[in-house]
Each structure stands twice: as C-alpha cells, then as structure tokens.
Write a protein that binds this ligand. Sequence first.
Ligand code: MBD
Ligand code: FE
Length: 311
Amino acid sequence: MNVKVFDSKEVQDLLKAATNIGSDAGNARAKQITHRLLGDLFKAIDDLDMTPDEIWAGVNYFNKLGKDGEVALLAAGLGLEKYLDIRMDAADREADIHGGTPRTIEGPLYVAGAPMRDGVSKIDIDPDADAGPLVIRGTVTGPDGKPVAGAVVECWHANSKGFYSHFDPTGAQSEFNLRGAIKTGANGTYEFRTMMPVGYGCPPHGATQQLLDVLARHGNRPAHVHFFVSSDKHRKLTTQINIEGDPLIWDDFAYATREDLIPHVIEKTGGTALGLKDDAYKEIEFNIALTSLVQGTDNQLVNRLRVAATA
Ligand code: MBD
Ligand code: FE
C-alpha cells in the first residue's frame, strides 16, 4: 500500500471533528494539543505506511504500559524528560539566567512526605549488608554566593539492589528508607548520612524494557542520588548527582548525567562517631547553588502527579 490521504478534506475534517476544533466548548489548549498530536500521528501513518497490525501492536503496547504503571518511566527512557530540561535550560539562557547548580530530571520515583530534620539526617533506616556507609554533605548558596538559611534539601536514592523504597518489588524496605528532608540553618549546610546506592534497572518484564529491547537499548542508570532543593526566595532546583566511577555514568538510559553533577567520592574514617555502621566511609561534598525567583515567582516550577506518604 502506498496511499497518501492525510491532506484530503475527508481526513482533515475527521481530525477537526475528532478534536471538536470547530466548537468553543471544552478546553481550548487540550483541543489544540490533541489536534496537533493526532494530526502528526495520522501524517506519520501515511508517510511511513504503517500497517493496521503495527497500529494495533502500538495500541496494545500503550495498554500494557499503563497497566505496568510505567508511562513516566518510558518518558525518562525515551528522553522526553531530558527534552523538557533542554527546553528549560534554553529558556534560562534566553532570560539571561546563568549560574546555579544544573538541573537534571526528577524521574518517576520521588515520594513526598519524608521526615524533615534540621541540618543532619540519617536516612538509611533498613539494614543493607551489601552497602557501605556514605555521607553526602554541602552548603546551599544563593546567587550572591551566601549560604541560604531555611532551604529544604530533599534527597532520595536506591539501595544496594538498585531498588527505591515504596517502589521496591521485593517489598523489603520501610516507607522512607533512603529518603530524607533537611532544613538548613544559618550556615546553609546539610548532611545526609546514608548508604551507597547502586544503579537502577527497569523492571525486566515491564513495557519500558520491552520497547528498549526492540530498540537494542539497555534500561539501566548509573548509581545516583536525587535532590529537590527549595527555598522561599529561590527557584526550586531538581537535580541528581552520579556516583563517580560508575561505568554507566555516560551511558544512562534516562540521559540525566551532566558534567557538573559528578562530585568526587572521598574515603574517610571516623564514621563510628557519626553513627555510621563502619568507621571507614565514603563522603561526597555536593554544594548547591540556587537561582533567583523571576519577578518574584518560580517560573519553572514543575507540577506533576507525585506519590505522597506519611512517615
Ligand atoms: C530512576 O531511579 C530514575 O532516576 C529515573 C529517571 C528513571 C527510572 C529510575
Ligand atoms: Fe533514580
């Protein structure tokens, strides 16, 4: 079959009818987006001569994707979430906003509601025999380079199996294991006492891995730690650090690695006095520079559905 029907009046009228474009009712923005995306799909079907079998395979794929709860995971794996970062970076450059710790994707595994501590938080609640102790500490500063008091630093990361609490398929972790929130004091510092994470891998039988297999791609991330950093007087930062030395640092299936987000890992002793499980531990210093609000508001705050729990 090599037919071209997209530009016909019949198809253009169908697109308009299906998205109710002619009427003032409904959500104008949703109609605009649906009309464009459906049109782009129709055009692609024509251009690539997609077969009915291919279309139904795709429809059923979406069913599995939703049933597996992996739509946001696939968004990360296909670079859609990275693309939003690229656009926000470009918007910052256009608005002449420079400096500040680089953003990188949130990913789908945040849980709101971690217990808030002042200055220091020990977040490894469950024992993990395969993970060594890790301290992540630093100072939150503003655009003037001065420490930010009252900033909230949230972090979350995986255990030695690459699993996140709340989403752990083995059910082994308590609700907020390896998730924490710290409010900074006058000196702007935070310190998480935790254990070394291991990189995440997509569920092997899930829809995301299924597509990645077809594309001959892997579904793994290097070991990393996520951060949200917020303050009344600054824009909220969403970022991550990678664990230096992980072989996948520049081969992340979610494209979140950035040059400035790979702080050095330092060997230290004195962990016993800090309440760590061994005296020898690893330390990462990750200082965080926030950017100013734009005309008093956070112009890049991202709203998305997030899991919330109570400690
Ligand atoms: C993760 O831990 C993650 O950070 C992302 C972006 C996707 C899947 C798992
Ligand atoms: Fe992650």
